[in-house]
Design a protein. Structure first.
Length: 220
């Protein structure tokens, strides 16, 4: 005759079996959880190895490269500089290529909407108070009716006085430096890094000397 197990023994086996089953389930659960956690990481690593799709191209980088090329071209083309200024979609910043003159400190240094600026490649007159006053007055009169200037920054953008160094253009496209030099209001001056227009400025200065204009009126 088959011997019956005692109730307590049966309960013990059932309990032990349940514990083992729970342990197996928990182990499988941890493994599965770890596996699911690894999936996003593995997918990300594989995606990074693939070339970007058309929708993921670096359009911001392309835009910045185009703007840089246009700025370089504008440095040699006043009309392009003016067009870029008129069609600018950004607020004035360190890259702004337009400003308004609000005050004239001397013939080559101005108070503007972006702070103090100094013209590159030209120097104010020192020595004759009469000439200095004449030059400043002439500039002030011209800028009174034509205060909006298109500007291009030099390779070196600031000087030791924290003034922004610029090439500037009147609304008709005339470079301010050329206008000052040909009228004999200033002298040509070569900066250390901003030498792009040195030859042009020297030529304009020589024309003023030949015509005895401005500060060169008593040139012998």
């Amino acid at each position: 005759m088959k011997k019956k197990r005692k109730p307590i023994e049966t309960a013990g086996f059932v309990t032990a079996g349940a514990i083992c089953l729970v342990a197996v389930v928990l182990c499988l659960s941890d493994v599965t959880k770890t596996g699911f956690e690894l999936v996003p990481k593995l997918v990300k690593e594989e995606r990074e190895k693939l070339p970007p799709s058309p929708g993921e191209l670096d359009y911001q980088g392309l835009k910045e490269e185009i703007q840089k090329n246009l700025a370089e071209e504008a440095a040699h083309d006043p009309e392009l500089a003016r067009v870029l200024s008129e069609n600018s979609e950004t607020e004035p910043s360190s890259e702004t290529n337009a400003l308004t003159v609000t005050g004239v400190i001397d013939a080559v240094t101005y108070e503007t909407t972006i702070g103090k600026v100094r013209l590159i490649g030209v120097s104010d007159i020192y020595g004759s108070l009469e000439d200095e006053t004449s030059a400043k007055d002439a500039v002030s009169e011209r800028l009174r009716d034509d205060a909006e200037l298109t500007i291009v920054y030099g390779e070196e953008q600031t000087n030791t006085k924290a003034q922004t160094l610029i090439y500037a253009y009147f609304s008709d496209g005339t470079m301010v430096q050329d206008w000052l030099l040909e009228n004999g209001y200033v002298k040509a001056y070569s900066d250390k890094k901003n030498t792009e227009y040195d030859e042009q400025f020297s030529s304009e200065e020589q024309k003023a000397k030949n015509a005895r204009s401005g500060i060169w009126h008593d040139l012998k």
